[in-house]
Design a protein around this ligand. Structure first.
Ligand code: NDP
Ligand code: DGY
Length: 329
């Protein structure tokens, strides 16, 4: 390098991202961007190729960043910035071992995700997709006393598994519907729970006493498969189960069994395993299961802000300076 010339660092983006983030990266003028220029996920081989020699990696939740990817990147890599708040796709121990920093997107997607979760809960409990379908297929013959009846929130008990940022925002939105008791479970009691009159209870109590169960915890070894046969068998037969965290928190075979046998009333899922859920998956044959394609944070403005924060985190890591949202792990 000639004296006075700034070293340009190499970054790899695993996808097209909203323009807000791209503008920040190009305006900074400190990195040379290469990108998987597609709206579809980068194939593994292209990821392994693209990341070679990179100083920064901007990825999404669909990219598994493990030892193989880190080895392919090599010793230059100093920051991984994921356009997500969830970080279960990142091999934290391997990343830590190599001294690489991580940026993520907490807070900026909390409202959008909570809103979608409430929408999913209402759609599931009040059977909206079934109703829409009946209007289209001629199944609507008349107003009938018990046709398409569901369950309402007024006077109900809601259980939130994982009262974190999003769990709190869901609770705040549900309370005005007339919820009577708000239970929550997790590793530790949360001081902020007082704002929603939340009662910290053992998971078993939450499961057996709730009319609506909303899962909003992070995916960890402890929460993987948490919602299984034993979990569903303790739920009320009239209870509705909602998951907007990660698919792997739920044992889907056990959920199918609980839904098809009438053990529980209904389920709404924004997240599944795998994603996408194959179109021939048994869960999709059930009328009492509403499945959405992981759209919790999908508002234009939220995705724009997420991409901007992801870009700022990447730049902070590249320049050994503060990142607006650094994951401490
Ligand atoms: P937070 O870290 O604020 O909340 C996660 C919560 O999970 C914490 O309160 C934590 O409680 C709790 N938790 C951890 N272990 C357990 C456990 N064993 N049992 C019950 N709760 C547990 O994260 P956010 O609220 O911002 O996000 C939560 C998750 O939502 C993300 O990790 C992501 O997977 C998912 N998500 C999904 C979206 C979608 O599009 N559907 C959008 C955004 C996020 P404690 O502190 O006690 O450990
Ligand atoms: C996340 O950020 O973890 C969500 O799943 C997508 O916004």
């Amino acid at each position: 390098l000639k004296t006075g010339m700034k070293a340009v660092m190499k970054v790899f983006l695993t996808r097209r991202i909203p323009q807000e983030g791209m503008k920040i990266l190009s305006a900074a003028g400190v990195c040379e961007v290469s990108q998987w220029d597609s709206d579809e996920p980068v194939p593994r081989t292209e990821l392994l190729k693209g990341v070679q020699g990179a100083h920064g990696l901007l990825c999404l939740l669909s990219d598994k960043i493990d030892a193989e990817v880190l080895d392919a990147a090599g010793p230059n890599l100093k920051v991984i910035s994921t356009m997500s708040v969830g970080f279960d796709h990142l091999a934290l121990d391997e990343i830590k071992k190599r001294g690489i920093r991580i940026g993520y997107t907490p807070d900026v997607l909390t409202d959008a995700t909570a809103e979608l979760t409430v929408a999913l809960l209402l759609a599931t409990a009040r059977r909206l997709p079934e109703g829409v379908e009946e209007v289209k297929n001629g199944g609507w013959s008349s107003w009938k006393p018990l046709w398409l009846c569901g369950y309402g929130l007024m006077g109900s008990t809601v259980g939130v598994v994982g009262l974190g940022r999003i769990g709190m925002a869901i609770a705040q939105r549900l309370l005005p519907f007339g919820v009577n008791r708000l239970l929550y479970s997790g590793r530790t009691a949360k001081p902020r729970a007082a704002e929603v009159k939340g009662e910290f209870v053992p998971l078993d109590t939450l499961v057996s006493e709730s009319d609506f169960i909303v899962v909003s915890c992070s995916l960890t070894p402890e929460t993987q498969g948490l919602c299984d046969k034993a979990f569903f068998s303790k739920m009320k037969k009239t209870a509705v189960f909602i998951n907007s965290s990660r698919g792997a928190v739920v044992n889907q075979e056990d959920l199918y069994e609980a839904l098809s046998s009438g053990q529980i009333a209904a389920a709404g899922l924004d997240v599944t395993t795998p994603e996408p859920l194959p179109t021939n998956h048994p869960l999709l044959t059930l009328k009492n299961c509403v499945v959405l394609p992981h759209i919790g944070s999908a508002t234009y403005s939220t995705r724009g802000v997420m991409s901007a924060l992801t870009a700022q985190n990447l730049l902070g890591g590249l320049q050994d300076s503060d990142m607006p949202s650094e994951l401490r792990f």
